[in-house]
Write a protein that binds this ligand. Structure first.
Ligand SMILES: [Zn+2]
Length: 119
């Protein structure tokens, strides 16, 4: 069985593995690498899963999923930052810059989405 070493452990990978491996009648394939300490709470654990589970996870995190996620974040930022600026907790310049960066992220994924569609 091919095993994939994950980048920082995705929060939803265990759930995907539990469902997918269980559907195939196998015990969960994931193994957390206990030797790698998390840099931040909830992040940066490393581990391994079978190639099947990793493929399902990747398909769920393609450019379209990431673009939509960035667009939701952009929507939230517009609402939250407008309130912060109005309350004097953030400058207009900071708000514009952070919104511009998230817009650029959404655009990057839109571009990648176009390339993935051609594959
Ligand atoms: Zn699995």
């Amino acid at each position: 069985m091919t095993r994939i070493i994950t980048p920082p452990w995705p929060a939803d990978l265990m759930t995907i593995c539990r469902n997918d491996c269980a559907a195939r009648g196998e015990p969960p394939c994931w193994q957390i690498d206990a030797g790698v300490q998390p840099h931040h709470a909830g992040y940066a654990m490393r581990g391994q899963v079978c190639a099947d589970c990793y493929e399902i996870w990747q398909a769920d995190h393609d450019a379209t999923a990431k673009r939509r996620c960035a667009e939701r974040e952009l929507h939230q930022r517009r609402i939250v930052y407008a309130k912060r600026v109005a309350a004097g907790k953030m400058t207009r310049q900071e708000a514009d810059r952070e919104i511009a960066r998230m817009t650029a992220i959404a655009c990057d994924y839109a571009e990648q989405e176009g390339k993935e569609r051609l594959l």
